[in-house]
Design a protein around this ligand. Sequence first.
Ligand code: IPM
Ligand code: MG
Length: 362
Amino acid sequence: MTAKNILILPGDGIGPEIIDQAIKVLTVLRDEKSVALTWELGLIGGASYDKFAQPFTAETLNQAKQADAVLLGAVGGYQWDNLPRELRPEKGLLALRAGLGLYANLRPALLYPMLASASTLRADVVAGLDLMIVRELTGGIYFGQPRGIRTLENGEQQGFNTLVYSESEIQRIAHMAFKTAMKRQNRLCSVDKANVLESSQLWRDVMETVAKDYPSVELSHLYVDNAAMQLVLNPKQFDVMVTGNLFGDILSDCAAMLTGSIGMLPSASMNDKGQGMYEPIHGSAPDIAGKGLANPLATILSVAMMLRYSLQQSQWADRLEQAVVAVLKQGLRTADIQNTDQAVVDTSTMGDAVVTALRELA
Ligand code: IPM
Ligand code: MG
């Protein structure tokens, strides 16, 4: 069996320290020889800029294209915030998404029962929460042209971006969302702003058309403002939500906090070849970088998604997720998911605990 090769991109801020914990987990899997694995490290974001004066290079794109899967930490930091937009770390992440054609971003929001009290919402509102946001990731206003900052005739500056979705872009994310719903509870809510935006009107029309191919899935629509309200009012009404790039960015942060901490949520981004990139949905948190405060569980759970979706190792994915549940049951908490009566552990201790639990589940 040829080994599966993973490209690991630690990135910036807390990226390297959370990725270190994921590597501990991958090392267990590799050493047990149940999964034939190799990995290599690459540069993205500020880390790449510091070496090559570019947040993303052809070398990294090449490495990513050759890999069976990509695991990413996070990008961004204060020291790069004043660079021209094209050179900022975030641009590196966007270039990776675009370069691999990772149009479908799956962001599950799952509440672990032991963390119900870590949410700012009442436990009865969030207990049992299990929803999946399917975010379109390579289109919409993030990539639309024209864009820029121009000077008007009166000398005033004007910033502008373009929100554009073509039929084929909407169709492929729709198919991904309906298929995702079929593996869950067969309910799909499409989120748009069709009362104001033409791009959303087309989005809604295409969703309705694609729905005909999936008669077992119940399709509903919400305007994005209402969807945001419903997410905090009654989040358990949702099974799968599908939405465009910008709305998905916003709603997934909102959904993350329902689960207690954004430090818990993994994500998978897929292209039409089934290649995937896996990353926690949180950012690089430069304010806590290097202090051992970061929660590595979102990254470790991203490894589980990678095992399931790219490496066809669903048993290992299950086992890793069980190991995470086990450490939470033991009461281990990083600062972001701590209760007043619980002791806080640091990033590395949390990683070690998952490794121990994983070995015990063998
Ligand atoms: C995310 C992040 C990124 C995004 C940033 C870092 C470019 O917020 O993955 O949600 O906006 O997509
Ligand atoms: Mg975001």
